[in-house]
Write a protein that binds this ligand. Structure first.
Ligand code: ARG
Length: 256
């Protein structure tokens, strides 16, 4: 009888393992964790000289994959495409300095937040735009397509935006900055950390003191994929609690 119980127990364990880990398992590709991103967003994700990927998101995702016993694969694409990839089940997670907002919450699920983003305004030195309030004087605003910077600025004036006519959406933040340097737009609204990097790399630009909006960054998973969400969230929580996330942040963002 005891032997039978042991056998039964073993069978139950094998079956339940098969149910959660086995074929057609938790992720898009067995043994891999696919992260869709837009690696044009320093210091969160960028392409290295040799065509690899680095940045805070890339490294934190690598640590999460490690905890889940998976190999991280970075799939680089446009920002909007990176969000769509996770909704369509072509990637497991989207990690791209993604701000949690209501519209996105309706279309995908998010982990707890791992960072704060602040929308700021970049202007050429000597610009007549000196505070965020000056954005109401109808300057032409550059943004990255699909980002919250674009969403806020292009919103109707009655909702606190400036209207689509006053906003240009570029493929990447870097292209928006080139447009600013070329005088094609009067300012760029973008997240604070990439803003710092762009201003450091391009003399003659500055960031206005006044902040535009404060946001939470989180990792997106396909809506309803609660098993993956739980596992990623647990791994992320552990990495935040033991200081690993902060350690990664500190290697990319130095207080100066
Ligand atoms: N935080 C902003 C948003 O979620 C911008 C993110 C852009 N990220 C990127 N990797 N290009 O809309």
């Amino acid at each position: 009888m005891k032997k039978f119980m042991m056998l039964l127990l073993a069978l139950v364990m094998v079956l339940s393992l098969a149910a959660c880990g086995g074929k057609g398992g938790l992720t898009v590709e067995e043994g891999k964790l696919h992260m869709s991103t837009n690696a044009e967003f320093p210091p969160y994700e960028m392409v290295t000289n040799d065509g690899g990927f680095e940045g805070i998101d890339v490294e934190v995702a690598g640590l999460i994959a490690q905890k889940l016993g998976l190999e991280l694969v970075v799939d680089d694409m446009g920002f909007t495409a990176a969000l769509e990839a996770v909704q369509n089940g072509r990637s497991d997670i989207a990690m791209a300095g993604i701000t949690v907002n209501e519209e996105r919450l309706a279309n995908m699920d998010f982990t707890d937040s791992y960072a704060t983003g602040i929308q700021v305004v970049i202007v050429p030195e000597g610009s007549s735009i000196t505070t965020v309030d000056d954005l109401s004087n109808a300057p032409l605003i550059g943004t990255q397509e699909g980002t919250t910077g674009y969403i806020y600025c292009s919103d109707k004036p009655e909702n606190g935006g400036y209207g689509e006519d006053h906003v240009v959406a570029y493929e990447t933040g870097a292209v928006a900055i080139q447009a600013l340097l070329a005088g094609q737009v009067d300012c760029v609204v973008i997240d604070n950390q990439p803003a710092q990097e762009y201003v450091k790399a391009n003399p003659g630009l500055k960031i206005l003191d006044t902040e535009f909006a404060v946001e939470d960054y989180a990792i997106a998973v396909k809506k309803g994929n609660s098993q993956l969400l739980e596992q990623v969230n647990k791994a992320l929580g552990e990495l935040i609690a033991d200081g690993s996330v902060q350690k990664v942040v500190d290697t990319y963002i130095t207080a100066d």
